[in-house]
Structure formats: C-alpha cells, structure tokens
Design a protein around this ligand. Structure first.
Ligand code: ADP
Ligand code: TYD
Length: 199
C-alpha cells in the first residue's frame, strides 16, 4: 500500500501559513510529487458553522464549544480529505491542524490535556511546522480586525503555547519573520530531506 506524507503548517494569524503551504504544494508538484493543499477550518458542515457563526461574530462563544466544533471539523477533514489522499500516496499539506486547537483554545483557558483527549483520533503528521512570527508583527499585517481571535493579547498567548509545543519537540520552528522566499526555501529543503527517507 502507498503511504503518502502528511505535513501541517501552524502559526498565529497572518504568520504566512497560507502563503507557505500553497508555495510548498506548488514546489513539490513542480518536482514531480503529487501534493495537495487542505486547510482548517474546512469547507465542510462544521467548518461552515465555525466561519459563519463562531469566528467572525462580535463576541466569542465559550471555548469548550469552539474546541468541540473544531474537533468535529477535524474529524471530517481527516476522514474525507487527509486519509483518502494519503492512501493514494499523495503529500498532504494542511494549513492548520490539531496544534491550532491546543494553542487557541488552550489560550482561552481550556485544559490542554482535555483538548488533546477530544482530538485523540487525529492522526499524527509526519512533519508539523510552526512559522514563528511575533504577535506585534502580525497585528501590523492584519490591517483590519477579522476574527474574534485577532487581538494582540490573544495572539501573544497563542504564540506562547505554540512555543511550548516547540520546546516539547512536537512542532518544528521555522522563523517566519523573514522574506517569503527565504522561508519558502527552508521549508522545501526540510520537506525534501524528509522525502528522501520516507516515501
Ligand atoms: P495566514 O495564512 O497565516 O493567515 P497569509 O499567508 O494569509 O497568513 O498571510 C497574511 C498576510 O501577510 C498577507 O497579506 C501576506 O501577503 C502577508 N505575508 C505572508 N508572508 C509574509 C512575509 N514573510 N513577510 C511579510 N508579509 C507576509
Ligand atoms: P484561519 O486560518 O484564519 O482561516 P480563514 O483565514 O480561512 O478564516 O483560521 C480562522 C481562525 O480559527 C484563526 O483565528 C484560528 C482559529 N482556529 C482555532 O481557534 N482553533 C482551531 O482548531 C483552528 C483550526 C483554528
């Protein structure tokens, strides 16, 4: 059976995840690999609820509700998009994954172990990259406030949890406070190195 490779890109809002995830997919495709881009929140049933009712309203809903909805959305993401593509031997590049729940809903005060528990079935990526950018930098990039998450204080708290996951060896830190091209090159290098030993 073909194996595929599962990569996710994490970071605070506007840290450059979408830019880098899409560039990685493009670069891998150009090198002859079959790579696809996916993202969370997804465009599925729960992802749409999150976008329409939870993320862009005026107030935050209780963090437990956020955590449960993101976990449900992720279950759909894994079952309908990630696993089928991996079974076909593809490289899946996910823009956000379970670490976003640990960081964001953790920053909202939830017990990190409980967040892990409700995401227990979420398969472990082969490579989980964290794009590190200071909160002050992303707040400048976010010209107008977009979601309930995007305050300086919240972005700082979220970053602290991502950095804790880096210290625990669960995320690989890439300095995101550089030019798009420099970051793109470093990520591609890391992924190609992993591919030499994996596929
Ligand atoms: P995210 O997916 O993390 O929200 P995006 O890739 O959508 O981030 O980028 C958010 C904004 O920051 C966009 O306007 C994008 O053009 C800009 N951006 C992305 N990467 C960089 C970078 N390395 N330096 C400066 N600006 C960047
Ligand atoms: P984002 O990546 O900005 O998606 P889009 O640009 O398509 O709206 O994600 C939206 C927000 O959702 C972002 O502020 C982070 C938050 N989020 C969580 O709080 N928990 C999660 O588990 C995920 C996946 C995202």
């Amino acid at each position: 059976m073909k194996k595929g490779l599962f990569i996710c890109i994490e970071g605070i809002d506007a840290s450059g995840k979408t830019t880098q995830a899409k560039l990685l997919v493009k670069n891998l495709n150009e090198k002859g690999y079959e790579a696809i881009y996916t993202s969370e929140p997804t465009h599925g049933f729960f992802g749409q609820i999150l976008r329409r009712k939870i993320l862009y309203g005026n107030e935050r809903v209780p963090a437990v509700i956020e955590a449960l909805l993101f976990a449900l959305d992720r279950l759909e993401h894994v079952e309908k998009e990630i696993e089928p593509a991996l079974k076909e031997g593809k490289i899946v590049v996910s823009d956000r994954y379970v670490y976003s729940s640990i960081a964001y809903q953790g920053a909202a005060g939830l017990d990190l172990t409980w967040i892990e528990e409700i995401n227990r079935w979420a398969i472990k990526p082969d490579l989980a990259i964290y794009l590190d950018v200071p909160a002050e930098v992303v707040i400048k990039r976010l010209k107008e406030k977009r979601s309930v998450m995007e305050t300086l204080e919240n972005q700082r708290k979220v970053r602290e949890i991502y950095l804790k996951l880096v210290r625990e060896g669960r995320l690989l830190l890439v300095d995101g406070n550089r030019s798009v091209e420099e970051i793109e090159k470093e990520i591609l290098q890391k992924v190609l190195k992993l591919l030499e030993t994996s596929l």
